[in-house]
Design a protein around this ligand. Sequence first.
Ligand code: ADP
Ligand code: ADP
Length: 231
Amino acid sequence: MLELIDVVKEYRVGGQVVRALDRVGLRIESGEFTAIVGPSGSGKSTLLHLLGALDCPDSGSIRFRGEEIADLDDDRQSEFRRHRVGFVFQFFNLLPTLSAWENVAVPKLLDGTGLRRAKPRALELLDLVGLADRAHHRPSELSGGQMQRVAVARALIMDPPLILADEPTGNLDSATGAAILELLGDIAAQGNSVVMVTHDMSAVEYCDRVITLRDGRIGAQERTGRERAAG
Ligand code: ADP
Ligand code: ADP
């Protein structure tokens, strides 16, 4: 579904050039839950941003279903982000004045669909993430784990084939985090690709595949127990 070939990304800071990604090659298939791990500064966020077309590589190729993302103009990249990618963040990024279901519906609003038309699907997704009875609560009335479930539902409302999660359990206790990881695994098992950046090594056991970055290069790539168990 997503293929990176020889991807290089550099940042220029003052007179210095920092090579954040150094000839990275990677394939991400449908139905896979992939973890990207590695020390701070190893290029994880940079990689996630490139996968989500939030930024472009300096050289190399990033293809989504065969189409080169870097070649799309700004409007097409923005459309790619809105329709093909769902983002989940460490700090949830919910809008405090909106209810849970309205937060889930926000991407539809940005796409020109009225709230009322988006509501049935938003409620369905809240049900899917186990929050049917919290649809009318504001974020301040929800626990961290519940807020992250709302954020996962929001990431799903455009039916994107690719979900990108940046430290989704970083602000949750371990039991709550485990439930979110199970949810992300279920979403992948339904045929989506879920790619997660994490510092949390215990999160890795919920994934099909672990990619380790070190100094902008891909080191070990491991298949994990979850995938073997799934056959
Ligand atoms: P990680 O997410 O693994 O901590 P990053 O992708 O954030 O790693 O960073 C990789 C390297 O690129 C680091 O050396 C970092 O300092 C540098 N870097 C990241 N973003 C920027 C930026 N916007 N400007 C300059 N340097 C950056
Ligand atoms: P537009 O170009 O239509 O203003 P954007 O391209 O900024 O819209 O946003 C499209 C999607 O990308 C949004 O759903 C948003 O969540 C996501 N997005 C935009 N900027 C960032 C960012 N810096 N980090 C993570 N996700 C982002």
